[in-house]
Write a protein that binds this ligand. Sequence first.
Ligand SMILES: *[C@@H]1O[C@H](CO)[C@@H](O)[C@H](O)[C@H]1NC(C)=O
Ligand SMILES: *[C@@H]1O[C@H](CO)[C@@H](O)[C@H](O)[C@H]1NC(C)=O
Ligand SMILES: *[C@@H]1O[C@H](CO)[C@@H](O)[C@H](O)[C@H]1NC(C)=O
Ligand SMILES: *[C@@H]1O[C@H](CO)[C@@H](O)[C@H](O)[C@H]1NC(C)=O
Ligand SMILES: *[C@@H]1O[C@H](CO)[C@@H](O)[C@H](O)[C@H]1NC(C)=O
Ligand SMILES: *[C@@H]1O[C@H](CO)[C@@H](O)[C@H](O)[C@H]1NC(C)=O
Ligand SMILES: *[C@@H]1O[C@H](CO)[C@@H](O)[C@H](O)[C@H]1NC(C)=O
Length: 865
Amino acid sequence: MLSNSIIAVGVLLTGVASGQVTSPPKYPSPWINADFNWEDPSPVPTNGRTWAQAYDKAVQFVSQLTLLEKVNLTTGVGWEGGKCVGNTGSIPRLGFPGLCNQDSPLGVRDTDENSAFPAGVNVAATWSRNLMYARGAAMGAEHRGKGVDTQLGPVAGPIGRTPEGGRNWEGFSPDPVLTGVGMAQTVQGIQDSGVIACAKHFIGNEQEHYRQGGASQKTNGQNNKQAESSNIDDVTLHELYLWPFADAVRAGVGSIMCSYNQVNNSYACQNSYMLNYILKEELNFQGFVMSDWWAQQSGVASALAGLDMTMAGDQGLASGNTYWGSNLTAAVINGTIPQWRLDDMVVRIMTSYYKIGRDVTKVPVNFDSWSLETTGPQYAQDPNNRLTTINQHVNVQANHKKLIRQIGAASTVLLKNTKKALPLKKPKSIAVIGNDAHDNPAGPNACSDRGCSNVKNGYPIWTLAMGWGSGTANFPYLISPVTALAAQAQKDRTGFRNVSDNFDTKAIIKAASGADAAIVFVNADSGEGYITVDGNQGDRNNLTAWGNGDAVVSLVAQHNPNTIVVMHTVGPIIVEAYKNNPNVTAILWAGLPGQESGNSITDVLYGKVNPQAKSVFTWGKDRSDWGTDVVYTTAEDPLQIPYTEGTFIDYRHFDAAGIEPSYEFGFGLSYTTFTYSDLRVVKHKVRKYTPNKGKTSSAPTHGTINKNPAANEFPKNIDPIHLYVYPYLEGPVPEGQPEDVPAGSQDGSPQKVAPAGGAPGGNPGLYDVLYTVTAQIENTGKVTGTEIPQLYVSLGGPSDPVRVLRGFDDIEILPGRSATVTFQLTRRDLSNWDPSSQNWVISDYAKTVYVGSSSRTLPLSQVLP
Ligand SMILES: *[C@@H]1O[C@H](CO)[C@@H](O)[C@H](O)[C@H]1NC(C)=O
Ligand SMILES: *[C@@H]1O[C@H](CO)[C@@H](O)[C@H](O)[C@H]1NC(C)=O
Ligand SMILES: *[C@@H]1O[C@H](CO)[C@@H](O)[C@H](O)[C@H]1NC(C)=O
Ligand SMILES: *[C@@H]1O[C@H](CO)[C@@H](O)[C@H](O)[C@H]1NC(C)=O
Ligand SMILES: *[C@@H]1O[C@H](CO)[C@@H](O)[C@H](O)[C@H]1NC(C)=O
Ligand SMILES: *[C@@H]1O[C@H](CO)[C@@H](O)[C@H](O)[C@H]1NC(C)=O
Ligand SMILES: *[C@@H]1O[C@H](CO)[C@@H](O)[C@H](O)[C@H]1NC(C)=O
């Protein structure tokens, strides 16, 4: 069978080797649901509209556009062709400046006067919906203030299939429910601030090695022509990887970014099954699909498979040519792409624009991604252009440092606390040891995109507060632990020593010996594959602390019986030795806390903040414990990565395989204690679950376009900008070559709908609440604390995980007081994906709910009636 990836325009047809898995072709590409015969589940953004209201505005706007103007909105102008990291063409005739798409998921990238927020993995570790939302809203406000239309985040892909995965920290957690809540809250926060969110990377982008083929991959010493293929079965797709994207769609996300990799041997940005069927039909996604930068592999094929916007617009980094632009104009003129498909791309883009209220919130772009200078070339890519003001240095930080400090502390997981080591109470002396406690003498932004490859001993010798790659932002400043702890010590008249050099044994012994407490800071970094740091090509090569960190911990512990370890790591490292060392009295994971790092950790160490965080991943004792790993080398091209573990990643694997971790998923201590009691389950009467049925309307077109080539030629009065991507025809329109377009791809007649679809996020019946579960939690300690009660469900079938997370909350309780936690269990929470009916079904197996403080401490349980 041929996969739909073979339909490529302007590239050689590539076949799929026999025996390899494929994605079934699904055509035509669903047009936006013009009749809106569904209840809109997505909240209306503060400045925005419902999907239906936004659609009306978009149709009004798009109906007036010419062919060239429509194409302009779908195609980026090329690398460094505009001020943002991605820029679409504009419509000068209507004074419409085009769209500015800007990284990153943790702040505005490539500018100044912005904030550097805690990473996704940190805000997940707070388990607080309010903090997730507040972070999204603050980041959205900063993007808005800089003139950005689309913030490129949040991240649910990678979800974290392997702990070594380089970009896991940009997202939330390997658990789909926690990640789904993180996605929905962040999307709503960003969009309430008047900026379009972009849920990414769709889908299977779980490792950096081989995520791209060709030249991009060669830069990393690998010669595969093609990107790896993530081979994902239907159940695993729905129950794990797609789940958080469904939550983002239900929350009304305006855009989704397709990823570099292939899924079942079809590139994610031209996989018609994933984009047309799963995303636009089953999940009823009404926004636009944008490619990752140069993830597009074809012109006609990607358009018919459901891509709506190409970024950065050129075929390769500053290649000057494009799959769309001129080529899309030609393909519409010669009839290969029906007008309704082009119109749908543009209507989707403009519907998101109006839904989020960009027409109200937009300010002109006032920064330049390619330079922080005030004055510079108008087009960075063009050597001939004139100098102009490119940066207005607009300060968008507001009071966000307060929130950043708060999230930094609320995301710090207390893993161990013995001999009343913490909180510290005016100790006589402390020693602060480790490179990770200290400042980079060259400043926190010394390394481009925070990827430091040319530093002493090969590893970053200063405190880690974000990973590396495009998912970063410049620090306005970075409070290091040593700065904040020295200030606290001075206030308390505590003796203070510090050592930054992880290899200076003598100094470390001297500082550690005799101090009331020795606080050791270690780190482990990772990032995006285009930068290699100390031999780590994005993905981590190991799960130990970096730069002699483990040896420093054990050395300090030999000389100080009150050794406290703080870890700034992108994910788990092997901590069993720390855990078992009696002189290591406390262990904390502080993750990647952003610009207020030192203040946040000081708040926790000194008890100004009582830790509430719980680990969002499992801490195994050995790398092999996880059962999944990055594929670092291969003789295959494309590399096949079968997701044979299914949904059994992270704790689901540890539970099923009976492996005891050092610390389990959901675990975290507090300075107080909680007890759980009185589990109650109430069953609700709900409507029957009905599969979505019927047909769509037929594909609409908006306005008339002039297909006469003469009307679409390069205007004689324009002096083209160097390497810029334009919509104008270049040369004659190819015609007469029979084009092998996929069957059905040009059919605009009414189409059957997917049974599991019906509204954004999927069939509305999936979100009916079937049970309400409550429990009592008492604070049995002496201080106020916030507990994160967790609800797990056993779905009961022989191939189901032992338990899956289905609910959580964050509840502050005064000492001696009790509180009620309430969980709502939806139909989706209790269902399995059934490939044969292509729908969710509740199996006949008995289902048990468990409530407690971690994935393995679950004192309360009950079989569902
Ligand atoms: C991948 O192939 C498997 C096996 O044929 C199939 O079950 C699954 O639905 C396919 N997934 C995608 C995303 O195409
Ligand atoms: C397309 O966009 C480019 C870049 O913004 C602009 O220069 C050009 O005038 C636009 N073309 C049309 C037909 O609007
Ligand atoms: C159109 O696509 C072809 C095939 O990829 C490419 O060679 C050509 O340069 C493109 N045209 C433009 C104007 O970018
Ligand atoms: C202690 O910290 C200060 C401030 O960051 C730094 O300048 C100094 O080098 C550190 N001392 C040692 C011995 O590393
Ligand atoms: C693990 O990798 C880091 C970063 O490359 C390195 O500093 C460290 O020494 C490695 N650990 C071991 C045990 O080799
Ligand atoms: C713990 O600290 C004490 C006192 O400094 C030391 O004698 C002992 O060897 C240490 N134990 C370990 C396991 O390092
Ligand atoms: C129409 O134009 C596109 C873009 O140049 C080209 O790829 C395609 O092959 C053409 N189709 C036909 C039938 O000539």
